[in-house]
Design a protein around this ligand. Sequence first.
Ligand SMILES: [Zn+2]
Ligand SMILES: [Zn+2]
Length: 190
Amino acid sequence: MQKQQQWDTTWLLFARMMADRHSKCASKSVACVIVKDEKPISIGINGTPSQHVNCNEIYLKQAGVLYKASIDEVKDTESVLHNGRMFYRCTNQEEHHEWSKLNEIHAEINALGKLAADSTSARHATAYVTHSPCHACSLALIASKIDRVVYSTGYEYGDGLTLMRQSGIEVIHRPLTEEYFLERIFDKDL
Ligand SMILES: [Zn+2]
Ligand SMILES: [Zn+2]
């Protein structure tokens, strides 16, 4: 059991790192790592399909405030210069959420989609996700016959956890605590 917990934390940290370093969503960095027989078989990150414009080329989120890129000056609006682009504060702070629903693929769907493209089964695998899966992703995880779902952070939109548990999936919330990182730093002979 302790070994399982240690591996769970390892894969969650891996997912966390993939999300933080590679997600191009301006609002949330999510990753899903699917592990089967102790091997990672797929990695999904939230974002637009390849060839499409990335979320962070349109939107910027700073200190919880949403901004949108514009070539033309938007008068009397708070602006931020970021990576050589001008971003202006969105009047509708929910704008990204609406845009994201239409344009961004969730990490779990990206991970399952990659497996489908290779005709590889996720049956009996574990999905490690940085955030608790939303309703639609939970349905996809159920359909893929995954055995376990381990996540580290709660997610505010939708909750498919009950749905997954009702379908016999073992759902585990394992927060990545700050103590864990500090412990690691002080453990090491740097
Ligand atoms: Zn986004
Ligand atoms: Zn989702």
